[in-house]
Design a protein around this ligand. Structure first.
Ligand SMILES: [Fe+2]
Length: 250
């Protein structure tokens, strides 16, 4: 039996629903993406929001997120980005179908969600405690296949400004990718572009934002007005293979 995950990322919601960031009303843009998911992905098993759900850390921005998610009944996993307040995300997770946790299992798949937010920095970091939890999952025979979600990127993507914010100790994850026979895929947000590479047979990819997009492989952070907001569908198959696709919303 396969499991269908919808990933959305980098909503950058604000206190005001009217605020335009980098030329995009982030609330309306996230709303359009979620409307499409409601229409086209009603059979999804869960949704993962991989960080930068807020843009300004405000309680109101998370109230706006709740408004956007109110019609969804499926389990929703919230992750922290550098623009988020983990304390407020934890509060939200006490309500209904919203979860703020590192791990969940679906059949023979383990889904591990790292909190890569580094305090007072836009950079990413892996914490020793979470790596220990991750190792316990890797060594648990219940989970034959593992997919990892991050906010920050674990590999350089060829964009100078973005690459300054790469997970500082990503080698701790890369070593595990190279040495584990269970890790099938690693995906993240933060970079506001689609990116793909492999390490051996492990697939690594980013998902575009639900709002503004960045020009790929550029020295500075430049908005790519031609690139549309998006979400990603990830299907985890029981044989350990995955199918994934990015859908752009016009
Ligand atoms: Fe970010």
């Amino acid at each position: 039996m396969s499991v269908k995950i919808i990933q959305i990322t980098d909503l950058h919601l604000n206190k005001s629903k009217e605020l335009v960031v980098n030329g995009v009303n982030t609330y309306n843009s996230a709303n359009s993406v979620l409307d499409r998911i409601k229409e086209d992905e009603s059979d999804a098993d869960c949704m993962i929001l991989s960080g930068d759900l807020s843009n300004d850390y405000s309680r109101e921005s998370y109230n706006n997120l709740m408004m956007l998610l109110k019609d969804f009944k499926l389990p929703i996993y919230l992750m922290s980005g550098n623009h988020d307040s983990p304390a407020l995300l934890k509060e939200l997770s006490n309500t209904n179908n919203l979860h703020f946790t590192n791990f969940n299992a679906f059949n023979n798949w383990g889904v591990f969600m790292f909190n890569t937010k580094k305090e007072n920095s836009p950079n990413g970091i892996l914490r020793e405690y979470e790596l220990q939890c991750f190792d316990a999952v890797l060594h648990n025979s219940l989970y034959e296949n593992i997919i990892v979600f991050l906010h920050h990127h674990p590999v350089l993507i060829g964009s100078t400004s973005m690459d300054t914010m790469v997970i500082e100790n990503a080698d701790l994850l890369i070593n595990r990718i190279k040495n584990s026979e269970k890790i099938r895929a690693v995906c993240w947000g933060h970079v506001h572009t689609e990116y793909y590479q492999t390490i051996g047979s492990v697939e690594l990819f980013s998902t575009p934002s639900t709002c503004y997009q960045a020009k790929e492989r550029s020295e500075k952070f430049i908005i790519d007005d031609a690139a549309l907001p998006a979400y990603r569908k990830i299907v985890l198959n029981s044989d350990g293979s995955i199918n994934t696709e990015v859908f752009r919303i016009s």
